[in-house]
Design a protein around this ligand. Structure first.
Ligand code: SF4
Ligand code: F3S
Length: 106
């Protein structure tokens, strides 16, 4: 499956949901996740993310490994999102900031 990682936090551009053929994105307050049981590895979402937050599970960076489990668990709790919406306020300023994990709202 593909995995949404830390740099989505506080950005949530949502370009990714537009291209997913199986609607497997789920939305939290300031982060999106992919349901690994629904993702068909089509790869379409990865290049759409302006924050470069999406990776194939086997290419998730070492310091982002915990997001594999976070996508699996939070996708079962959060509602589905299938349509693009406005990014979060200050998304451009937060894009690329380090240590955003502490701001993840569940
Ligand atoms: Fe959806 Fe394809 Fe991305 Fe999986 S890889 S989340 S199926 S767009
Ligand atoms: Fe997040 Fe990138 Fe999608 S910032 S909402 S994974 S386009």
């Amino acid at each position: 499956a593909f995995v949404v990682t830390e740099n989505c936090i506080k950005c949530k551009f949502t370009d990714c949901v537009d291209v997913c053929p199986v609607d497997c994105f789920h939305e939290g307050p300031n982060f999106l996740v992919i349901d690994p049981d629904e993702c068909i590895d089509c790869t379409l979402c990865e290049p759409e993310c302006p924050a470069n937050a999406i990776f194939s599970e086997d290419e998730v960076p070492e310091d982002q490994q915990e997001f594999i489990e976070l996508n699996a668990t939070l996708s079962k709790e959060w509602p589905s999102i299938t349509e693009v919406k406005a990014a979060l306020p200050d998304a451009d300023e937060w894009n690329g900031k380090e240590n955003k994990k502490q701001y993840l709202e569940k």
